[in-house]
Design a protein around this ligand. Structure first.
Ligand code: NAG
Ligand code: NAG
Ligand code: NAG
Ligand code: NAG
Ligand code: NAG
Ligand code: NAG
Ligand code: NAG
Ligand code: NAG
Ligand code: NAG
Ligand code: NAG
Ligand code: NAG
Ligand code: NAG
Length: 755
């Protein structure tokens, strides 16, 4: 049949070209040359390597670039990948190449559709059109005519059609790559005819429906990728026939149900990714049967348990991830004793219970000397930590937060220690700041928040933890002062000491505190695993991932800190949040605070801050959460386009006398308005009062100015003095100023109306 076809084809081409029957072979060759040149002419552009393609050169077709010929001079290979082709395939006469075995068009800018004529390439063994993102439409049904095809590579295209069922006609196919093609519809059951298929990639499409049972027919398959689609239903039990399977990924679909016990029948299984689906029930045993399994990713499902035999003898296991399931087992029942090579254990957000300690008091996990990452956060684990935890030599990432661990963090035995990320937050740890950390020179994230740690913050931290970027001690019982060495952290970009019992002043010399002095750019890929830290961001408790490492902030709220806000804070130009609320801070708000143009959240409430809101406030162009309530501030709220968006008056309440938007207008709200009604009676008394007040200020300035005229603190101390001792008096002065303004306005308007 095929033979007849090609004869027909041949005859047709002969008549068309009106060539003599004496040179049939040459005619065929010249037709190949003509087809290529005609197509080349139709292209908008191509790189110069196609320069030799010209009819003038048609006699030496086989010396053209990108072409290989057979001994008869016919083209067998056409490799024009990476040649910047811009154009369509519409003008390419595929029927001119009956001997073509390999066609590579990958990584170009072809647009239009895949023509049905491609089915005329009946000798084709290898077809690669991948990475042409502007190609649209469907895969033509005629693809089924390419009966000798062994490799079909159509990945990274912009198609949007379904996979034609004729794909099942390609029974010699060994490699089928259809990832990122934007396929829609379901996978045709005819795919089960591809019994020689070794590799099937269909990830990143929009496939719907079930995974067909017939995939069980593809017994040669070693790699099967269905991730990132909308597939639903169960994982078909016929997968157990795939005895050569090495890699299986069905992640990010909507697959449901239990994974049947006997599912994994391959002794070559190396990687299984079933994450981000809706699987439930017990995770099956036998997955490790071949004893070559290295990677299991099953996070974000509804698994309720793991069979106790699943990982029992899995000595090759490197990576186990079950984040966000409903696993309620005792952690010691999940893992066997002989997991020699285990590097990653991630079981965050489950219901794991029990202790990490064995009956002999050792942490069983300590036997896993290759561990790089342990994430057991958000479970119900309890008990203490053992010393040997610090002996795992490669451990870089450990998150035990949100459990019920308790006791004192033990001292380490060995050093140096590789740990980069440590979260022990929200447990019941107690005792002093863990001295063991002194050996963790590579630490970048430390979160001890939400425990019962006590004592002082040691002064060695910045010297011994020079790379620290995220530091959180919030909600503990630390007391004493904030050591001034804390400002020697060169890289720190998040400092949260909130809700402790810290006293004294906030240290002030930010010269070396450079991590907050510049905008931090998102710096992804910091850990190979996503790290979290909890911050209070715009008044909301927020779990923030260090993968988006652009966060810069300071939270010292809820302590007993006193004295002034250090002016140097205004040099930390990278700051995005600053929370000093609920302390005993006094003095003025630093004059230059408006320099912090990236500041989005500022909370200075519940202190004893006095004076006026500095005019530079109008420079806080990113501000969207502000709280200055419950202080002793007075005067006009500065006007600025960003400040005008903060319409909630409660952010200014409980101060001495603030006015202006969103509170009442300064002139109208001042007592002078009421005074106007009884102006006649009160005028003389008020004049007198105001002059006395002015005289007092003048005298006071003269006295105080000798000591501190040029000093910021002196100026603030003056306001503070006035505030503290003369609250009412200050209000009177304020009303005087308003009264003078109102009077002047009155006089101007009355004089202008007279003329
Ligand atoms: C013909 O092909 C040869 C070899 O590829 C090339 O060097 C030559 O420039 C071509 N001639 C023309 C006219 O394109
Ligand atoms: C794609 O082709 C361009 C030339 O057109 C080349 O520079 C680039 O490296 C190719 N990309 C890949 C992934 O091969
Ligand atoms: C291809 O050529 C067309 C017409 O010259 C042009 O508009 C288009 O931008 C080109 N596409 C690419 C990807 O270069
Ligand atoms: C080439 O393919 C087209 C579309 O499938 C078809 O109509 C045509 O008959 C084919 N030509 C030959 C010579 O097979
Ligand atoms: C090709 O596939 C279609 C659809 O699956 C089928 O009807 C047809 O019989 C197949 N042809 C051959 C020659 O196998
Ligand atoms: C499975 O493969 C056999 C050949 O090995 C074939 O006869 C059968 O039709 C295939 N089943 C399906 C559903 O494709
Ligand atoms: C597992 O594979 C073996 C051959 O390796 C086969 O005999 C057995 O039937 C398979 N089990 C299942 C459940 O398919
Ligand atoms: C684990 O290995 C031991 C000893 O080789 C064997 O007795 C036991 O049955 C194995 N367990 C599993 C679940 O394969
Ligand atoms: C650690 O490994 C040793 C030898 O491999 C074994 O004897 C011991 O029981 C293991 N300890 C724990 C806690 O699993
Ligand atoms: C821990 O618990 C807190 C409070 O319940 C919650 O907000 C947070 O999302 C949990 N997870 C992590 C990783 O902190
Ligand atoms: C600390 O990090 C550096 C640089 O990444 C690395 O060379 C060094 O081995 C690490 N230290 C430890 C104890 O792992
Ligand atoms: C800044 O660091 C340098 C070098 O470590 C040190 O000499 C200097 O005293 C530090 N300056 C301040 C103000 O802490």
């Amino acid at each position: 049949m095929k033979h007849l076809n090609s004869v027909g084809l041949f005859l047709l081409s002969c008549t068309c070209l009106q060539l003599s029957a004496a040179a049939p072979a040459r005619a065929g060759i010249s037709r190949e040359a003509e087809a290529l040149v005609n197509w080349k002419v139709s292209l908008a552009s191509a790189d110069e390597s196609l320069g030799s393609w010209s009819m003038a050169n048609s006699t030496s077709l086989c010396s053209w670039t990108h072409i290989s010929c057979d001994s008869a001079g016919h083209i067998t290979e056409l490799s024009i990948g990476d040649t910047s082709l811009n154009g369509t395939l519409d003008r390419l006469d595929f029927s001119a190449f009956p001997r073509l075995k390999s066609l590579v068009l990958s990584n170009n800018s072809l647009y239009g559709t895949l023509p049905a004529g491609i089915g005329n390439l009946t000798s084709l063994v290898h077809l690669d059109i991948s990475d042409n993102p502007y190609l649209r439409g469907a895969i033509p049904h005629s693809i089924g005519q390419l009966k000798h095809l062994s490799g079909l590579i159509l990945s990274d295209l912009g198609l949007d059609g379904t996979l034609p069922e004729e794909i099942g006609n390609l029974t010699t196919l060994e490699e089928l790559r259809l990832n990122s093609v934007l396929l829609t519809g379901s996978i045709p059951p005819t795919i089960g005819m591809l019994v020689k298929l070794c590799m099937l990639t269909m990830q990143q499409n929009s496939l719907t429906g079930n995974i067909p049972l017939q995939i069980g027919n593809m017994t040669e398959l070693y790699a099967l990728y269905f991730s990132d689609n909308y597939l639903e239903g169960q994982l078909p039990g016929t997968i157990s026939n795939l005895i050569n399977l090495q890699s299986l990924s069905v992640s990010k679909n909507q697959l449901t149900g239990h994974i049947v016990t006997k599912l994994w029948n391959s002794s070559s299984l190396d990687m299984v990714d079933v994450s981000y689906n809706k699987f439930s029930g017990l995770f099956p045993p036998s997955i490790c049967m071949g004893n070559v399994l290295r990677i299991v990713t099953a996070g974000y499902n509804g698994f309720t348990g793991i069979h106790h035999q699943t990982f029992q003898n899995c000595t090759t296991l490197v990576y186990v991830e079950f984040t966000a399931n409903n696993i309620g087992a005792d952690i010691r029942d999940i893992f066997g004793k002989h997991l020699g090579q285990l590097r990653v254990i991630a079981f965050s957000q489950n219901h794991l219970r029990g202790t990490l300690l064995t009956d002999e008091g050792e942490v069983f996990l300590c036997n896993y000397t290759s561990l790089d990452l342990i994430d057991l956060s958000d479970n119900v684990l309890d008990g203490g930590l053992s010393k040997c935890f610090w002996d795992i030599p490669m451990l870089r990432f450990m998150d035990l937060s949100n459990n019920s661990f308790n006791g004192v963090v033990p001292l380490s035995r060995t050093f140096p220690y590789a740990l980069e990320y440590l979260r022990l937050a929200n447990n019941h740890f107690k005792g002093p700041f863990p001295l063991a950390l002194k050996k963790c020179k590579n630490l970048t994230t430390l979160d001890l928040g939400g425990n019962s740690f006590s004592g002082t913050i040691p002064s060695w931290i910045s010297k011994d933890l020079p790379g620290l970027r995220f530091f959180r001690l919030s909600s503990n019982m630390f007391d004493g002062i904030i050591p001034r060495q804390i400002l020697q952290f060169h890289k720190l970009q998040l400092l949260d000491l909130s809700k402790n019992k810290l006293t004294g002043a906030i240290p002030d010399d930010f010269v070396n505190f450079t991590g907050m002095a510049y905008e931090q750019n998102d710096d992804s890929g910091y850990y190979h695993f996503e790290g979290n830290i909890q911050i209070v961001w715009k008044n909301v408790d927020y779990v923030y991932t260090t993968k988006i490492a652009g966060m810069v902030g300071i939270d010292l709220s809820g302590n007993v800190l006193s004295q002034e806000i250090p002016g140097g804070l205004a040099t930390l130009l990278g700051l995005r949040y600053l929370n000093l609320s609920g302390n005993h801070l006094s003095g003025c708000i630093p004059e230059d605070i408006g320099n912090l143009v990236l500041l989005e959240s500022l909370d200075l409430s519940r202190n004893q801050l006095s004076g006026e809101i500095p005019p530079s406030f109008t420079g806080l162009k990113s501000m969207s959460a502000l709280n200055l309530s419950s202080n002793r501030l007075y005067g006009m709220i500065p006007m600025g386009s960003q400040l005008q968006t903060l319409v909630d008056p409660s952010i200014y309440i409980n101060n001495l006398g603030l006015c202006g938007f969103p509170l009442e207008d300064c002139v109208n709200s001042s007592p002078s308005k009421q005074n106007e009604r009884s102006q006649a009676e009160d005028r003389e008394a008020l004049w007198l009062y105001c002059f006395v007040a002015a005289g007092f200020i003048f005298g006071f300035w003269l006295y105080w100015g000798m000591l501190s005229f040029y000093s910021e603190t002196g100026r603030c101390a003056f306001y503070q003095y006035v505030d503290n001792m003369q609250e009412k008096f200050t209000k009177k002065i304020h009303s005087c100023i308003s009264w003078f303004k109102a009077k002047a306005l009155n006089e101007i308007s009355s004089s202008s109306s007279k003329t």
